[in-house]
Design a protein around this ligand. Structure first.
Ligand code: ZN
Length: 288
């Protein structure tokens, strides 16, 4: 199953159709895409009886953030050794955690205003919590995941590195700096084609003249702290809540790690893809 946010309403999604959940369930499930995680098991059972291809046609521009108002947003820095290396930072002993404030959340196909001349890309696998809890064992962790989606951890490097220690949370929370989507893909759906622990992950730049360049191209098995470890380590410290999201870090290939450094320019588009999850696309535009 793939669930999404179409113009603020919860839908079951196919490549070209969206079935409105509140209408199809005659009001049993609320329309708000965030509410479903509170009733996740009931929803999964009901959704299995539905045929999303009976929905209506939609445009990707209508897709809002797949998880629009998570109670908590965890983002993990330096979770791939290759990215820590290119950033000139050492591999952390414990997960390095910051947040992306929810006001930065955006849909799968949006314009992003450049806030300066050091705006950078970071494609990331995003895990969505279905069942919360404290002290979740690593071996049980996948049972607490509702599904996976694609995120971009867009970063204004100038703001991020204001002062010492640096300011990861604010520098990564500017307007539309957290696009996620297009849909939350449940693990059973993903299992039909892919290994949830080893997904191809990458992003591609399209310049204003139409030329393209692969920016990042990795695999999620190279995470230093894989999803079960993150769930265990985070839940040992804080309670995880239904509908929380975890941005799990980015592989190498970001602009900050290049010599010379390269950042996004107006007129460029970044398309981010993860195996089995689809793609999201952001167009970067000059500050108004
Ligand atoms: Zn990141």
């Amino acid at each position: 199953m793939r669930i999404a946010n179409l113009s603020g309403r919860l839908v079951l999604l196919t490549d070209d159709r969206a079935l409105d959940v509140e209408s199809a369930s005659a009001g049993r499930f609320a329309s708000h895409p965030q509410a479903v995680y509170e009733v996740w098991d009931d929803f999964v059972a009901w959704a299995a009886t539905q045929d999303a291809s009976e929905g209506v046609a939609y445009d990707a521009r209508q897709l809002g953030p797949a998880v629009p108002r998570p109670p908590q947003v965890f983002a993990i820095g330096l979770n791939y050794a290759s990215h820590a290396g290119e950033s000139g930072l050492s591999v952390p002993e414990n997960p390095m955690v910051f947040t992306k404030f929810v006001s930065s959340f955006a849909g799968a196909d949006v314009d992003v205003e450049l806030t300066g001349d050091t705006v950078d890309w970071e494609v990331e696998l995003v895990a969505v919590i279905g069942k919360g809890g404290r002290d979740i064992a690593e071996s049980d962790a996948w049972d607490h995941i509702a599904g996976l989606t694609i995120g971009q951890d867009i970063s204004d490097r100038t703001v991020q590195f204001w002062g010492d220690p640096s300011q990861f949370s604010i520098g990564k929370s500017l307007k539309n700096f957290a696009p996620i989507g297009p849909a939350v893909v449940t693990l059973d759906e993903l299992a039909q084609g892919s290994d949830r622990s080893d997904l191809a992950i990458g992003c591609t730049l399209t310049r204003a003249d139409g030329t393209t360049e692969v920016l990042q191209n990795g695999r999620t098995r190279h995470m230093i702290f894989p999803i079960p470890t993150l769930v265990a380590r985070l839940s040992a410290l804080v309670e995880l809540l239904p509908g929380d999201v975890i941005f799990t870090g980015t592989p190498d290939g970001v602009g900050l790690g290049r010599n010379p450094r390269v950042y996004l320019e107006a007129g460029q588009t970044v398309t981010s893809e993860i195996e089995g999850l689809g793609s999201i696309r952001q167009r970067f535009v000059a500050k108004a």
